[in-house]
Ligand binder design. Structure first.
Ligand SMILES: [Zn+2]
Length: 251
């Protein structure tokens, strides 16, 4: 009789420490995408013996799941239909974009832990894509990044730049739609590290937009090899079927 073998040495378990949720992943996939995983599984480590990696001080299963989907597919399921994005007057669209920015920011923090610049670049592209549609930067996402993120990172620079531009515009045009951003950013600057970063930018002068690559991590020779493609993340042209339960694209 034919039997199907699963080679157990080819799979590892990744555990979200704070929730205890376990994810089973092919070792070669995780090692190829994440130098952090590869380092954990070097010979003679306890992780290599147990084929298990605990993600310490992490409590978000959603971002872990999305990270693994990205490892296999090279793209994310965090997507919003273009038709919804285009309608900024729609409350649902604004809520969805805010939620998306928060989820992407969490994913950025996880990608930082897993040492995956390619994914981090993808995420910056995606947040930039939502802002191209005129959505303002999520206060919750900004606070989360500045309170939990690494001291310096490209997403912080991007959000600081974006909020700085919005605030400058809001001061110049207080009565139109840009002026409304000012109300939002009154809350954004409640966190001292955010206020400090924005104030420093305004004092030093907001740099001109030279392209999204200023907010990417490139290779040491500054080649663009790690640049992502935002269309991997956000569907800008076509509608996609949405899963009502998770809010993700179904495909
Ligand atoms: Zn780039």
């Amino acid at each position: 009789m034919e039997s199907t073998w699963i080679d157990l040495s080819s799979i590892i378990t990744m555990v979200v420490a704070s929730t205890g949720t376990e994810f089973v992943v092919h070792k070669h996939v995780a090692c190829a995408k994440s130098p952090f995983v590869a380092a954990c599984l070097k010979e003679h480590t306890s992780e290599a013996r147990e084929q298990k990696i605990e993600v310490q001080e992490w409590d978000d299963d959603d971002s872990m799941r999305t990270l693994i989907v990205w490892m296999y597919q090279g793209k994310s399921v965090l997507r919003i239909p273009a038709s919804l994005l285009k309608d900024r007057s729609n409350m649902e669209a604004r809520v969805r974009v805010g939620t998306l920015q928060v989820r992407l920011t969490k994913l950025y923090l996880l990608a930082d832990r897993f040492l995956i610049p390619e994914l981090k670049n993808n995420i910056v592209d995606c947040i930039d894509a939502t802002e191209d549609f005129g959505y303002t930067t999520s206060t919750m996402a900004t606070h989360m990044l500045f309170e939990n993120g690494p001291p310096e990172c490209k997403l912080k620079s991007y959000l600081t730049w974006s909020i700085g531009v919005e605030m400058e515009q809001a001061c110049k045009h207080p009565d139109n739609v840009l002026g409304k951003h000012k109300q939002v950013h009154r809350r954004t600057i409640d966190v001292p590290s955010v206020a400090h970063a924005i104030l420093r930018l305004l004092v030093e002068g907001i740099p001109n937009w030279k392209g999204i690559c200023d907010y990417h991590e490139h290779d040491a020779d500054n080649s663009a090899r790690r640049c992502g493609n935002s269309s991997d993340f956000v569907v800008l042209e076509d509608d996609v079927a949405m899963d009502d339960e998770t809010g993700n694209a179904k495909d």
